[in-house]
Design a protein around this ligand. Structure first.
Ligand code: FDA
Length: 306
């Protein structure tokens, strides 16, 4: 990646964390081309998109957007929305689980209350046999997020997993430990701004680490989601699994709503498990800006179609 792109990416990631911009964006509907990446503002809009994806053979994990809240009362509102969302998914008989962010449930404010909220959501999901993925945010929350998942498992709650980010140098250790405990994991490259001291700065290093994590998980037989749009890594994974005789039921590919849709449909048609991450809600701004940072060309695409 050239220096200009690197700096542009960093600037976008700083913008993603800007609270003033986020608050301004929240007051309006989906602006700035966010519709491409966000399914809508309401649960009803999201459910419609989910049903459409299911018709194409694509499963879903649905995310009610929100993160980095400032008042614990907001966490309660988000947690209640997740409980309603799970009930709607169940009632509408769509093929979807949910993804949530720990800081949306209050992790930066009060870890105990956060745990209570997440436990309530996982219990509701368990009652409907639905899966909850706890997304991984930036590195100050890695330990606490992993601890939440381990505690839920220790309490006997099932149907819950988390995410491992290949850009973090620590991730193989985390992955090994969670695999021993048979925790379902989503593997990703990583989307936040992290210091070089804890994260691999070069794409090649991240990709190499990503492949090592995939190998470790596929060899273990514990269910794994490989969440990437990178065709080279997807092809490599298919070839590795075929060579090792790993059943397709042991893994799935996950991709984001609005990204690489043709690839999602093609893999589903070829008989691979494919799950699309469908976000909705008013707090679309940080999520949207991170999508721009992943591919600065998106900024030009949006400006061109203004
Ligand atoms: P890479 O960035 O190398 O992109 C490969 C190719 O994919 C690009 O060349 C481009 O063609 C296409 N592409 C990638 N991003 C695009 C975009 N935004 N718009 C258009 N095209 C794009 N991260 C995290 O830190 N915590 C988490 O919990 C999650 N959760 C998560 C769930 C799911 C289902 C996915 C797919 C991703 C995440 N991520 C995440 C984000 C992840 O860390 C990563 O930032 C993105 O997936 C982009 O990286 P790729 O693996 O696609 O590869």
């Amino acid at each position: 990646m050239d220096l200009g792109t690197k700096l542009f990416r960093r600037a976008l990631l700083l913008l993603a964390g800007n609270r003033v911009a986020a608050a301004a964006a929240q007051r309006y509907g989906l602006k700035l081309g966010a519709k491409r990446f966000v399914a809508g503002l309401t649960r009803e809009e999201a459910l419609k998109e989910i049903a459409g994806l299911n018709r194409k053979g694509i499963s879903v994990t649905v995310d009610h957007l929100g993160e980095g809240i400032r008042e614990l009362t907001e966490a309660k509102v988000f947690a209640d929305e997740y409980v309603r969302l799970l009930a709607d998914v169940h009632e509408n008989r769509v093929d979807a689980g949910v993804s949530l962010k720990p800081t949306q449930m209050g992790l930066a404010l009060d870890p105990e209350t956060t745990y209570e909220h997440i436990r309530g959501i996982v219990r509701q999901a368990n009652a409907h046999h639905l899966f909850v993925c706890i997304d991984m945010e930036n590195s100050p929350y890695t330990d606490a997020t992993i601890a939440i998942v381990r505690k839920l498992q220790a309490e006997g709650l099932t149907g819950v997993g988390t995410v491992i980010q290949a850009y973090l140098r620590r991730s193989m250790n985390d992955c090994r430990r969670l695999t021993k405990e048979r925790v379902v994991l989503r593997l990703v490259k990583g989307a936040y701004k992290e210091a070089d001291s804890i994260a691999y700065p070069r794409k090649q290093e991240v990709d190499d680490h990503f492949k090592k994590l995939i190998e470790h998980r596929l060899d273990s037989g514990v269910f794994t989601a490989i969440a990437t749009h990178d065709p080279a890594i997807i092809d490599w994974t298919c070839a590795y699994a075929a060579k090792k005789g790993i059943a397709r039921s042991a893994y799935e590919f996950q991709m984001l709503y609005g990204v690489a849709s043709t690839l999602q449909e093609r893999l589903a048609l070829e008989g691979y498990g494919v799950r699309c991450y469908v976000p909705y809600g008013r707090s679309w701004y940080p999520y949207f800006v991170r999508r721009l940072a992943e591919r600065p060309a998106n900024v030009w695409f949006i400006l061109k179609n203004w």
